[in-house]
Design a protein around this ligand. Sequence first.
Ligand code: G
Ligand code: MN
Length: 394
Amino acid sequence: MTNNLAVRIVLLDDEPFMLKLIGHMLENLGFTAVSPYSSGVAALAALDAPSGQPELILLDLNMPEMDGIEFVRHLVQRNYAGSLVLISGEDERMLQAASKLVQAHKVKLLGHLQKPVSAGALAALLAQWTPPASGRSRAAKAAYGADTVRAAIANGELVNYYQPKVAVADGRVVGVETLVRWRHPTDGLVFPDQFIGVAEAHGEALAQTRVWRDAGIALRVAVNLSMDSLATLDFADHVVAASVEAGLASAEIVLEVTESRLMADLRVPLEILTRLRLKRFRLSIDDFGTGHSSLAQLRDIPFDELKIDRSFVHGAYADPTLRAIFEANLNLARQLGIEVVAEGVEDRNDWDFLGSKGCDLTQGYFIARPMPAAELPGWIDIWKTRLRDEALVL
Ligand code: G
Ligand code: MN
């Protein structure tokens, strides 16, 4: 287990006062390796030094010489593999635009902080930091073979976490989303897009769901697929075989699909998804509205479920732009007769907002963080108590 407080942090802001202030906050939170810089040029010089890249950069957007956006471009050129937090006094829409840009560059964005920065918000963001997959650059990303992955499963390195999806109207636990994590002994935490053989973990999730069902807990199980994993036409047959093996009906299985920007030819994934839908698997369009999941997909693929990205959900109750986008997405789904899942409910205000809008399902830290399978039954009891004690539903 990596000590998160030792994460190498670069703090970049042109205002000496902000450097001091945030520096102190980080120190108070216990972070021990913080390097402050007041210009992009100085920070880049440090990045190029043999001591290597930081694992986290806190970046001010508005700087007189090299601004934050330009700095990000330099990071991309250097194959920066760490995480980024944007800091700005600009309005929320500006921060959203910058966030999008960062994500388009495939730099891992932990989130953004609005100035004046509060210690609480800073702590909450940094608590989400996880070690990067490896010290190698993205270009030289590790590829792991099926045998390696099988060995990892046998060693218990590959772990499924499950995050509940609940009905907003009555709090009923409708399903879980499977989130595959690989605790690699030398490469750290490896995320699913970096290894093949996720199929094995998905098989385990299906088997687990059957175990829950046999114990009286009926849940739909969702697994994540990226469009570019849908490259061979027999994929649909594999999914069918997996559901049969687990003894689950297709309607109990949700396939959450995200778009790949790299795919030129969508005919194969389209055929696969259409066949799966014919067989009554539930298709879900994930991260909707982020640019990774678009209207064109919604037009071409018969989805059953639309997941409104968490960037449009958390805080929407208080932000007119987010609220407008959220409502537009909700209406879109309604008109198409698709069930809506709001991702990223993080607090009571988010929860109440969804209730007032009549959203179907939701998931997020307010309800539960992703958890190991063994914790789910106990969590369901806690959740039932919360529903009553906190009067979460009418
Ligand atoms: O886009 P997708 O549905 O695959 O997102 C799942 C990811 O989102 C997981 O890594 C999970 O830990 C994270 N996540 C789940 N709920 C929340 C939440 O309420 N807030 C934030 N910030 N992240 C969340
Ligand atoms: Mn998902």
